[in-house]
Ligand binder design. Structure first.
Ligand SMILES: Nc1nc2c(ncn2[C@@H]2O[C@H](COP(=O)(O)OP(=O)(O)OP(=O)(O)O)[C@@H](O)[C@H]2O)c(=O)[nH]1
Ligand SMILES: O=C([O-])CC(=O)C(=O)O
Ligand SMILES: [Mn+2]
Length: 607
């Protein structure tokens, strides 16, 4: 059967794109091909179909209009890092932190899996752009998928559809687009009834960095399947950024307005499920300060003509962790999702057709948990998977900054690195300079979370919160960060800070209240930049004096504050062998500047 025999809705005049779509259709043999337009009728058609097959349950229109509940297979709940590959031509280019396979070998394996894998399904072609269509060089992508769940979610998370395709066609051969192929890997035999969450036990999430292409198979979930997000905007974009002298980073972007109406833009990199979305939508408790949001997960940063680093958020929606989100921790996220037009995955479904999760107010007397079982507040099991998510349009966020729509982005004054550490790492530390900040980022450590499959709570190095997302050799990535600083005017570079909201006391309780109260740390950071706040110089960098941090109105003893800010030399000495072991992985690829930073730290600690 040739593709001309397959019923097709839509199409393209772009020859290269048409040829790729035809080639994929020939390999995967779908029943139908549908080009995604982004129209309202299409949204209705796709979501109706998802309701019909049982993937979606429509939520109560009076509570969450145009919104849907979905439960995945219990085997398909998070990113699969052990199944994620960087298939560079040369193994060395994938580096010591990525899985690697020869690209041709990988393609042979995957072609075998893709063969006939869309039988009985519709193959959707989603033209999309990460970032602005009006950007100097729009970052196009085209995702082919056989999942309606992916189509619905992509429409929320990225700018998709005919408008994008029109521009690709106008540009013709000049349009640079990333072809991204996705299949759930669950073909249907003639007459076979579909399941609510089709997927395959065998999963591959593969990036081909030289070709700038993505092949994904077997999973329908989040970062494994919405290929514009982690696969393109971080793994592939980080390779583009290395080659072109910019940065593609796992960072939120926020706008901070001081009581004097000074505006500052801050970017912050925390590993998955370590607080980016919450900080991005912060409601400050310090009087007079205001926060607006630009992005909650990904920042692309380029130098402007004025020598400053400008950030844009390439995404169009939030794919946020549900548990822990409530009116107290993140009222702005609650307002955003309550406007509707959202998809909730692996949370609990209540009897009145709403959703619920751990940490949300007003637990329902009865609900259906994410596995489809009856649930009550007395149940031993969680109602929602710890990595359950809401997927909601960014433009519904009341505190979205106007600058979100500016393709030039916003000039960044400070970059924050942070992770989850029960011990050792103080609430906030200021780096001496870019290089020291790069060292802080390169040695960032955090306890693993449910955002990826595998053990939770294990401390690992997660450089710049990019461990699972660097599309090339992490040693070269460190060198890229060093070079960015070397080539820039130091006075215009963002100041770098290292934060830890997650330090605990001897009882295991958080020392710092976190969430809205993190505005106090942001205030200190701005005052440092302005040269107004005091700090103590410690072996690891500048840490606030207890008096310099605004804790007015906070229910915290002096001892607790001191514990949150403490730099314990013995604890830090114990970090050194771990950092040495981490750096040893990179051999010759480790920038000498980072070794010098480590030697300096050891000397200051007397280690
Ligand atoms: N204790 C404490 N918990 C926090 C804080 N900020 C966020 N959390 C919790 O950490 C979890 C993850 O927070 P998010 O803001 O969704 O993390 P994220 O970095 O956006 O995660 P990804 O979307 O996976 O990249 C949620 O359960 C939050 O409630 C904080 O300041 N203190
Ligand atoms: O990509 C995903 O599945 C969810 C996410 O944002 C992350 O893990 O950082
Ligand atoms: Mn997030």
């Amino acid at each position: 059967m040739t593709t001309t025999d397959i019923e097709t809705i839509g199409g393209t005049t772009h020859k290269g794109l048409a040829a790729w779509v035809a080639e994929v259709a020939e390999m995967t043999t779908p029943d139908r091909i549908q080009w995604v337009t982004g129209s309202d009728e299409e949204w209705k058609q796709i979501t109706d179909k998802l309701v019909e097959t049982g993937t979606f349950t429509r939520l109560n229109e009076d509570i969450k209009p145009n919104s849907f509940y979905a439960a995945s297979s219990p085997q398909d709940v998070a990113r699969v890092e052990d199944r994620t590959y960087i298939c560079s031509v040369d193994e060395k280019d994938a580096g010591p932190t990525n899985n690697w396979m020869d690209p041709n070998e990988m393609k042979d394996i995957m072609r075998g899996l893709y063969k006939g894998c869309m039988k009985g399904r519709t193959m959707y072609v989603i033209p999309f752009v990460m970032g602005h269509l009006e950007a100097e060089q729009p970052m196009f992508g085209v995702e082919i998928t056989d999942s309606e769940y992916v189509v619905a979610s992509m429409r929320v998370m990225a700018r998709c559809g005919t408008k994008i395709l029109d521009r690709i066609e106008e540009l013709g051969d000049d349009a640079r687009y990333v072809p991204a192929l996705h299949s759930v890997g669950a073909p249907l035999a003639d007459g076979e009834k579909d399941v609510a969450w089709p997927c395959n036990d065998e999963k591959y999430i593969v990036q081909f960095p030289e070709e700038r292409t993505i092949w994904s198979f077997g999973s329908g979930y989040g970062g494994n399947a919405l290929l514009g997000k982690k696969c393109y905007s971080l793994r592939i974009a980080s390779v583009m950024a290395r080659d072109e002298g910019w940065l593609a980073e796992h960072m939120l972007i926020l706008k901070l307005i001081s009581p004097e109406n000074q505006v500052y833009y801050i970017a912050a990199a925390f590993p998955s499920a370590c607080g980016k979305t919450n900080l991005a939508m912060l409601k400050p408790t310090v009087p007079g300060w205001k926060v607006e949001t630009l992005g909650d997960d990904i920042a692309w940063m380029r130098f402007g003509k004025d020598g400053r680093l400008y950030a844009v958020n390439p995404e169009f929606g939030f794919f946020g962790v549900a548990p822990g989100t409530n009116e107290h921790t993140n009222p702005n996220a609650m307002k955003t999702i309550n406007k509707g037009n959202s998809v909730f995955t692996n949370v609990a479904l209540t009897e009145d057709g709403d959703v619920w999760w751990e940490g949300l107010e007003n637990p329902p007397a009865k609900a259906t948990d994410w596995k489809g079982n009856p649930w009550t507040p007395d149940s031993d099991e969680l109602s929602s998977h710890p990595n359950s998510r809401y997927c909601t349009p960014i433009e519904q966020c009341d505190i979205l900054a106007d600058e979100y729509n500016d393709p030039q982005g916003v000039p960044i004054s400070a970059i924050l690195f942070g992770g989850r550490r029960k011990t050792t790492v103080p609430l906030v530390t200021e780096a001496r300079d870019w290089l020291h900040g790069t060292f802080m980022g390169a040695t960032l450590s955090s306890e693993t979370t449910a955002a990826a499959t595998g053990q939770v709570g294990v401390v690992r190095r997660d450089p710049m919160a990019m461990l699972p997302f660097i599309g090339y050799n992490a040693g070269d990535y460190f060198q890229h960060w060093v070079n960015v600083g070397k080539d820039a005017d130091a006075s215009k570079l963002p100041a770098i800070f290292y934060v830890n909201w997650f330090r605990r006391d001897d009882n295991g309780d958080f020392l710092w209240p976190g969430f809205s109260e993190n505005s106090r740390v942001l205030k200190w950071i701005i005052e440092r930049i302005e040269g107004k706040a005091a700090a103590v110089e410690t072996p690891i960098g500048h840490v606030p004096t207890p008096e310099s941090l605004d804790v007015e109105g906070l229910d915290m003893t002096d001892a607790e504050l001191e514990a949150a800010l403490a730099v314990d030399v013995e604890e830090w000495k114990a970090e050194i062998p771990q950092i040495e072991e981490w750096f040893a992985k990179f051999g010759d690829q480790l920038p000498v500047q980072l070794q010098v930073e480590l030697d300096g730290l050891k000397e200051r600690l007397g280690a």
